[in-house]
Design a protein around this ligand. Sequence first.
Ligand code: HEM
Length: 507
Amino acid sequence: MDSELSLLLRSAMKYSFSYLFFSFTIFFSFFSLLLFFLRVNLWCNCDICRNFRSAKWLTDFDNLCDWYTHLLRNSSSRTIHIHALNNTITANPDNVEYMLKTKFDNYPKGKPFSMVLGDLLGRGIFNVDGNLWKFQRKMASLELGSVSIRSYAFQVVSREIKHRLVPLLSSVASKESNSLDLQDVFRRFSFDTICRFSFGIDPGCLELSLPMSEFAVAFDLASKLSAERALSFSPLVWKIKRLLNIGSEKKLRQAICMVNVLANEVINQRRRLGFANQEDLLSRFMGTVNDDAYLKDIVISFLLAGRDTVASGLTSFFFLLSQNPEVESAILTESNRVMGPSQGEVGSFQQLRDMPYLQAALYECLRLYPPVQFDSKFAQEDDVLPDGTFVKKGTRVTYHPYAMGRMEELWGPDCLEFKPERWLINGAFTPQSPFKFPVFQAGLRVCLGKELALVEMKSVVLSVIRQFKFELAEPGWTPKFAPGLTATVRGGLSVRVWDRMGSPQAA
Ligand code: HEM
């Protein structure tokens, strides 16, 4: 009897606690919602906000970034403000320099960003400001800047190309149904290479016959669902779902759990195998960092940094080549001069450096299709941008590389054309101001993997176009992007592939 009573009492207490907890959650949510409505002009009735809310822009534009480009082109300052999102967006290089360099301290990633990605990225470099960022930046730039890591990266990439990418394309080219999704191939390729480069392990994703590794699938889902948080009209929506562990937040929690388990396994394996004389990035970090949770966060940030960006750049590059065969011919001519006509894969790092036209073609592709289409910071204090735009404390301020690559005053009246020559003066590659071309960000937080990314992309492009020829599976197709942290083409890039040597179509 006693035990029944205590059971009853315990469950009554449990329910009253749950009830209290639930009431508190509801109260807190309404209160925060009220604050949110007061801060953000959600029902603003200006043309842009109405268009945004009703998604009317979709009638004229395939992609949100195309609509923003149109708005920015029509703004005399090249800066717009979306009141409903409390978001100032700029394509003005002076503003970009100001926020990424001159007034860097006033434009951190900020709490809203770190909350959205915090569950996945923890204290990893992508998600932190201040001292935590400074420490990782210093350590990572020492490692990534070293000559030894570059030649290690070159080895890793060359091996994956020779033993996986080329055999895979050869096998598809030899079949009657010779079509494949290049975006999927590049995503698998870059997952394998970033894992091998960063942790010294090989997930073997580029075997199309095999399912994607558990790690890759969980990682994809976790980054997709984290990015979707940023799309909810108020952060409260996902926060409440997270609190109640329902819907997409439940799936996100499971995916992050899986990523964490696997990332910890990677660290343990590295420790078991020994890290003292290893060349991968994780082993180098393990020499300095003892905290496994912190190492796990570092591991995950590097995966995010180096995987989708490279795959996105390569996908756009092959799309652009399919539209501009004269660029492909010019790359082949240049590579024949440097490598000779018979060598398939790139032989040395030096050979890559001797091809300015190839470098120009890649920059031109990244100008038109930057893998990170826009990037946001949050103003710490009230401020005025160089073009006179007033920025209120707490405003999200976004620079927009995609729109900037399409501004006539920055690139001339032919800005929408794919013209590698615009990067060459007397045949030599000539970089532009990073604030006019912030594809790798710019200023104090400029991308640390830029050189590695270029080595990887150049090696793939050369090895692939010297041996294979591609055609869009659906002529006239144009890319439509799925929402996410990195530009990803909805439905992939479907192509048909031929071996250059073996097929009459490829001549
Ligand atoms: C085409 C390929 C790439 C592009 C377009 C690119 C672009 C960017 C951009 C825009 C940022 C700033 C992100 C932000 O702060 O929100 C960034 C940061 C970073 N990238 Fe890359 N990235 C590429 C490849 C890579 C690779 C291959 C690695 C590493 C192996 C890498 C490592 C990093 C790191 C560590 C940061 C953080 C820097 C910091 O916060 O101080 N990136 N990258």
